[in-house]
Design a protein around this ligand. Structure first.
Ligand code: SF4
Length: 297
């Protein structure tokens, strides 16, 4: 069975920078507690590495609740961004703040602040319960509405003449998001569109869909918690029309997935350590031909 390495894949600039910053803080503040508020990136292996580097995890999706568990020392905000209310609460508790928010997420915060300041209502496309939308919504809570689907666009009501803008979470499916935006513009033609899916997400999705043409199935290495990894599975299935499997490590691979297959593509989410992807590629290459090859006719 041939294994096709899909490129680009794996770590993006935001994750690399967040891990570098957190490890540096862990090394420099040995004398007092360093806490990351939620998973720095959605990957358990990265979290374990950080714990070993002295950065303790408070695994609470609700950042305000998580903050209640941080009594002193330094708090590290994750790459997903943080709401101004949580930043203020951390200051009120006298904590030192280290902000590892990705620059692409910061750009969305700045955009929402600017639009709200100019009197816009903002429709934000994102996943409920994910920390990135929670952070963005906190920037202008009275002016921002979170939606997930075309059905939710149909339930929106704005008075004629309302200044309206749409933006989105950085790690969504490009195709789903465009369909939601199209429906919104159809209903409210005055909508100003600011598609904020980040370049890393776009490039990984485009490469995976393109590669799907050429392989029998795609393996995505990434965590179940990782939005961008799950979106890679989704776009391969929906846009590439090929089966896709999300695996955290090589141990999750099932030989029966590859029965009768000749070519398998491998990609990984933006928060997946390179070593894990290497191990998955090695394990796929070791699958015996008797499993990987098509049965003789
Ligand atoms: S996926 Fe995009 S927004 Fe998220 S950390 Fe990476 S570059 Fe930043």
């Amino acid at each position: 069975m041939e294994v096709v390495r899909i490129r680009p894949r794996g770590y993006c600039h935001g994750v690399v920078e967040a891990i570098r910053l957190a490890k540096q803080v862990g090394a420099e503040r040995r004398d007092r507690p360093v806490t990351m508020l939620g998973y720095l990136v959605h990957n358990e292996h990265v979290t374990q590495e950080l714990e070993e580097a002295g950065v303790h995890l408070v695994a609470e999706t609700d950042r305000m609740k998580g903050l209640e568990q941080v009594r002193d020392g330094t708090v590290v905000f994750t790459a997903h961004g943080i709401s101004p209310q949580v930043v203020q609460a951390a200051r009120d508790r006298g904590l030192e703040i280290v902000d590892a928010t990705c620059s692409d997420v910061t750009r969305t915060h700045d955009l929402v602040r600017e639009l709200a300041g100019r009197g816009y209502q903002i429709v934000y496309i994102g996943k409920r319960g994910h920390p990135e939308p929670a952070g963005v919504l906190g920037v202008a809570p009275d002016r921002t509405t979170l939606i997930e689907s075309i059905e939710e666009v149909d339930a929106l009501h704005y008075a004629p003449g309302t200044r309206l803008a749409v933006t989105c979470q950085t790690t969504l499916s490009m195709w789903d998001t465009q369909a939601i935006i199209d429906r919104l513009v159809q209903r409210f033609p005055q909508t100003e569109v600011h598609n904020e899916i980040c370049r890393a997400t776009q490039e990984r999705q485009e490469a995976a869909v393109l590669a799907a043409d050429d392989v029998d199935c795609v393996v995505v290495v990434g965590s179940q918690r990782s939005s961008n990894s799950k979106r890679l599975v989704q776009v391969v299935e929906e846009m590439g029309h090929k089966p896709a499997h999300l695996v955290d490590t090589a141990a999750d691979l099932r030989p029966e997935w590859f029965r009768g297959m000749r070519r398998v593509g491998v990609t990984s989410g933006a928060s997946t350590p390179t070593q894990l992807t290497r191990e998955v590629i090695a394990a796929l290459e070791a699958i015996p031909d008797a499993v990987g090859s098509a049965p003789a006719s």
